[in-house]
Design a protein around this ligand. Structure first.
Ligand code: SF4
Length: 149
């Protein structure tokens, strides 16, 4: 698999010891229950970083949003999951631009040319997506940002 979610957990007892635990998992349910901070990776690159609330309630990267759509919702009754179309990139021959570009419904020309920098969405959240660039087309659900890391 070429994608993963890394999440760190720092409950009080760990904070007192100045230590933390890192989980590497695809299970968003586990992350929601036990983690404070989340790093979403795809194709070997960081796509999005944020607090657990940022990632679950205000995801800003199309890959993170795609992951959310593909989780079964027990409260919604019987409904079809929406998978992320396409396949992960060949990391022996990685794409020049954004690793998610071949599967992204919002891919633009710039996405094929170079990976996006990490745009600062808020004090706690960053997203490596050209949709955050102030001159990119407006897409509902994505915040613009002028600041990059
Ligand atoms: S940078 Fe482009 S291809 Fe990559 S996730 Fe954002 S819009 Fe999609």
């Amino acid at each position: 698999m070429y994608f993963c979610i890394i999440a760190s957990i720092t409950p009080c007892s760990f904070s007192l010891l100045s230590t933390s635990i890192i989980f590497i998992t695809h299970d968003l349910g586990v992350i929601a229950e036990v983690c404070d901070d989340v790093v979403v990776m795809y194709g070997g690159m960081v796509m999005e970083k944020g607090s657990v609330n940022d990632i679950f309630y205000n995801p800003q990267h199309p890959y993170t949003k795609g992951l959310h759509r593909s989780i079964p919702k027990v409260t919604k009754g019987k409904s079809r999951l929406i998978p992320i179309e396409g396949s992960p990139p060949d990391l022996m021959n990685p794409p020049k631009g954004c690793p998610f570009s071949s599967r992204c419904p919002h891919a633009m020309e710039v996405c094929m040319e170079k990976p996006a920098p990490a745009f600062i969405v808020s004090e706690t959240q960053q997203s490596a997506c050209w949709l955050q660039h102030p001159e990119s087309p407006k897409v509902v659900g994505y915040t613009k940002s002028k600041e990059v890391i």
